[in-house]
Design a protein around this ligand. Structure first.
Ligand code: C2O
Length: 451
């Protein structure tokens, strides 16, 4: 990874405007379009974005609200938009069965009924997800719950900052490429950007700042911390806040995972968010997968006068543990190369039939020497145990994506509720996007009790 000086103010994705229809539905508009960005000196890099040149606005809605998103496709090819981490009906999920053709508008609508969280959205076309996300189609979807809102920094763009981290590879003409110097799981880029900004710094005006970290890369796993090793509070993971803050020095995020952290700064100081050699577990060649890479990501520059911030509360959220005894079904998933349980993704095949109202344990294991993770649509799950051991504190909250250290059993527990449709599947897959595109994915449907 190239070290670049931190000379550009961090771009903050704008909050998406919305209108409220007479029946109370909050409506957002997203248009997928072509654009260009001055990522590298002397070149205009062709990009894609939603409502702009690169990435998309931050959508934000409250628990209990009905939302609709009008997704218009102004690209020259079909795409889709998936609401990663969202509990919603399968026809609204935006997977490969909900493609939006060029010139068309798709309008999914659903009611938000899940905890406050940092979710995100991105395309999910069959076999093309890596390319579409890599060109720039992604954004955050923040959920709020006014009835369960601990006192955390929450002024968007001031002390509550989106941090979408991506690594990119450019060809000689300064264009994004997925072809050069690729490692097996996909591109490990030499240029790291945050919210589309290369070499970003962030002016901090408050004693504490909350960073909503999203690994929006296609293949790279990060281990985020600070250059001086300072401790910070991990307050949230994929699907919501943790029961209590976890004080730590680093947090590992594989593609698709999120973490919310709160870090304290002192007046006038500079401190840098850094990614240090992520522990990938027993993969064949950790170095080839970025496991030996350390690089700086974002410089925080504290003002000489800082506005006070409340201390991080000791209790953040009620996250009742789902009990193993509640589970009526256990399923096994073994990941190897480009297959789950020996099969590659077939959009015409339903791999698992789940009954609504059931609690299930999904026992997931990678027997590969490559890095993989595991993402499940529709639900937020809890990690029951890993290799028979209780999960570490950072895996005690709601998750929708989990890194799989090879040769270890991850038992995930989840409840399938509310939405049934025997004809409309949800996906589960490795979120290393090339693996996903090349078949490391399956489909499940949720059906009613008697079906
Ligand atoms: Cu973020 Cu099926 O994906």
């Amino acid at each position: 990874v190239e070290e670049v000086p931190f000379t550009t103010p961090l771009a903050i994705p704008p909050l998406a405007p919305s209108r409220v229809e007479p029946d109370g539905t909050r409506v957002f508009e997203l248009t997928a379009q072509e654009g260009s960005m001055p990522f590298v000196d002397g070149a205009e890099t062709r990009t894609w974005g939603f409502n702009g040149d690169y990435l998309g606005p931050t959508l934000r809605a409250e628990r209990g609200e009905r939302v609709a998103v009008e997704v218009t496709n102004e690209l020259g090819e079909a795409t889709s938009v998936h609401w990663h981490g969202m509990h919603l009906p399968p026809e609204m999920d935006g997977g490969p069965h909900q493609m939006v053709e060029p010139g068309e508008t798709w309008r999914p609508t659903w009611e938000i009924d899940q905890p406050a969280a940092t979710l995100w959205y991105h395309p999910h076309p069959h076999g093309e997800t890596e390319r579409h996300v890599y060109q720039g189609l992604a954004g955050l979807f923040l959920l709020d719950d006014p009835e369960a809102a601990p006192d955390l920094p929450s002024q968007y763009g001031v002390d509550d900052i989106p941090v979408i981290v991506q690594d990119k590879q450019f060809d000689d003409a300064g264009q994004l490429t997925l072809e050069e110097n690729q490692s097996e799981p996909g591109v490990l880029g030499q240029t790291v950007m945050v919210n589309g900004t290369v070499g970003p710094f962030l002016g901090v005006s408050t004693e504490r700042v909350r960073l909503r970290l999203l690994n929006g890369s296609t293949a790279r796993t990060y281990s985020f911390g600070f250059d001086d090793g300072r401790r910070f509070q991990l307050v949230g993971t994929d699907g919501g806040l943790l029961p209590a803050p976890h004080e730590t020095t680093d947090v590992r995020l594989s593609p698709g995972e999120r973490a919310e952290i709160v870090v304290a700064v002192t007046p006038g100081e500079q401190v840098t968010l850094r990614s240090s050699e992520p522990d990938l577990g027993r993969v064949a060649s950790s170095a080839a997968f970025g496991g030996e890479d350390t690089f700086d990501v974002l410089e925080l520059r504290a003002d000489t006068m800082l506005a006070p911030s409340p201390p991080v509360p000791d209790v953040l959220a009620d996250v009742p543990r789902i009990k193993e005894s509640e589970a009526g079904v256990t399923r096994d998933f073994t990941l190897a190369v480009r297959q789950i349980n020996g099969r590659s993704m077939d959009p015409e095949r339903i791999d698992e039939v789940v009954h609504e109202g059931q609690t299930e344990i999904w026992e997931v294991r990678s027997i590969d020497s490559l890095p993989h993770n595991f993402h499940i649509h529709d639900v937020q799950f809890q990690v029951l145990d890993i290799g028979g051991e209780p999960p570490p504190p950072e895996l005690m909250g709601w998750k929708d994506t989990v890194y799989l250290e090879p040769q270890r059993d991850y038992r995930l527990i989840m409840r399938f509720e509310d939405f049934t449709d025997a004809d409309s599947p949800y996906m589960f897959h490795c979120h290393l996007l090339r693996h996903e595109d090349e078949g490391l994915m399956g489909q499940f449907v949720v059906v009613g009790e008697g079906e």
